[in-house]
Design a binder for this molecule. Structure first.
Ligand code: UGA
Length: 437
């Protein structure tokens, strides 16, 4: 059993993996080239919004099973090295492997013979085969082990995964078993595959989720046109075990740092392989259309017409993050909608429990971010809910009504209690729930 594990990258995947493996009894060294981040981690300070992670990091440091450094050379004696580096979408949808390739070249000079190199980063299909060349070594077994951690649930997903996928060549079974052993305590089923299958599995899973969510969004449009309620339709669908209830919530579109990137990368790879993956392409198109649909809905709600002007109109926004439970604004549909409204001349005040007024990186000009949710309602001609934070349900809607100019809420997550809103005097416009197209 490998007891010394190295983790490269202290983002939400790397840091969660490092802290959880320390909890599972390994001695973990986590390396990141961001000195500021490492200095804070030394002090047990975790800046990511990830439930349970701070506690696990503190526990690992106190138990001397978890340490942080900027020096890759600290991985000289590890038996397994996990790569948890960003692979952002580059031009044309191809993953940008710049950071990944640089680290591999450096690792090749550091790791001891026989150390298992594990790819947790989402890498394009075919990358596993290139890794020995990038390492400049042929004595290091290479294993693919895609992660399926959701932001905001990463610790729980790591400690109780629904499956572990391990991709290795037939001759590398011992190395694959060493990686599987890292997860033995979780009791999760382990699927051994070849490297390419593991790579495709990751993209296929995220792209499938994207298709499922887009399906719900198109269904919402249909429901509005025929007077049905999409929340009830998807609830009823979800009872069918073959369909399942998850990822069927209609909303402003899917986003975040993974789904859009991975759907794009799958499309790119499919095209390169001569496969027309129209289903995924359509899900991506639907997603972009969904942002425009929300903007049109807001315009109708405010002006009574799809062609009305938003110039100088105050709009209060609740939610900026791509989903509740995180402050992550990357590829957030909420940000896309807010920026489109601002471009059309609307004056936006926005609040998100995960985003502080000082920390508005990623949001364009013309949007005021406030820490107090009640301030978004000041003189607002409409309130727009864009992220499904449960606390929005519990706001004092009478207080919001007192501050607003016009009492209408566009609830793009079908989140709010319509009775409470009606009592406060608000008109409620949902997604796919009839009315307000
Ligand atoms: C996603 C996958 O769920 C993880 O399994 C995967 O490991 C991760 O990407 C990754 O590749 O690292 P995450 O990006 O944290 O995790 O976000 P999700 O919870 O999947 O949500 C993605 C988007 O879909 C959000 O914008 C969310 O609001 C939207 N969504 C979700 C819907 O529009 N409808 C739904 O019913 C569910």
């Amino acid at each position: 059993m490998a007891s010394r594990v190295g983790v490269v990258g202290a983002g939400y995947v790397g840091l969660t993996s490092a802290a959880c493996l320390a909890r599972l009894g390994r001695h973990v060294t986590c390396v990141d080239n961001d000195r500021h981040k490492i200095d804070r981690l030394h002090d047990g300070e975790v800046t990511l919004v990830e439930p349970g992670l701070s506690e696990l990091v503190a526990e690992g440091i106190a138990g001397r099973r978890l340490r942080f450094t900027t020096d890759l050379a600290a991985l000289a004696d590890v038996e397994v090295a996990l790569l948890c580096l960003p692979t952002p979408m580059g031009p044309g949808g191809v993953a940008d492997l710049g950071a990944f390739e640089t680290v591999l070249a450096d690792l090749g000079r550091v790791l001891r013979p026989g150390c298992v190199v594990v790819t947790k980063s989402t890498v394009p299909m075919g990358t596993a085969r290139r890794i020995p060349g990038l390492l400049g070594r042929s004595d290091l077994p290479v294993v693919g082990n895609p992660e399926f951690l959701r932001e905001g649930h990463a610790v729980a997903d790591f400690l109780r995964p629904d499956r572990i996928v391990i991709g290795a060549d037939a001759g590398q079974r011992a190395a694959a078993d060493r990686v599987a052993a890292l997860y033995a305590a979780t009791g999760a089923p382990v699927l051994h595959t070849d490297p390419a299958t593991a790579e495709v599995t990751k993209y296929a899973s995220n792209a499938f989720l994207a298709v499922k969510a887009s399906y719900a969004n198109v269904l919402a449009d249909l429901c509005e046109r025929v007077g049905a309620d999409v929340t009830q339709v998807t609830r009823a669908m979800g009872f069918d075990d073959r369909i399942g209830p998850d990822f069927l919530a209609a909303g402003p579109g899917w986003g975040g740092s993974c789904l859009p990137k991975d759907a794009g990368a799958l499309l790119w790879a499919a095209e390169a392989a001569g496969v027309d993956f129209a289903l995924v392409r359509d899900a991506v198109k639907t997603n972009t259309r969904q942002h425009s649909m929300v903007v049109r809905k807001v315009r109708c709600a405010v002006t009574g017409s799809a062609a009305g002007s938003l110039v100088g109109v105050r709009i209060g926004v609740l939610g900026l993050a791509f989903k509740a439970g995180t402050g992550d604004l990357r590829a957030s549909p909420a940000v896309a909608v807010v920026e489109a409204l601002a471009r059309q001349g609307a004056l936006i005040s926005a609040h998100d429990p995960g985003v502080s007024a000082d920390d508005r990186v990623g949001i364009g000009a013309g949007v005021r971010v406030v820490d107090d949710p009640y301030r978004v309602a000041e003189k607002a001609m409409a309130l727009v809910v864009l992220t499904e934070w449960p606390e929005f349900r519990d706001l004092d809607w009478r207080m919001l009504a007192a501050a607003a100019e016009q009492l209408v809420v566009v609830d793009t997550r079908n989140l709010l209690d319509q009775e409470i809103l009606a009592q406060a005097g608000f008109r409620h416009i949902g997604i796919g729930t009839g009315g307000g197209r």
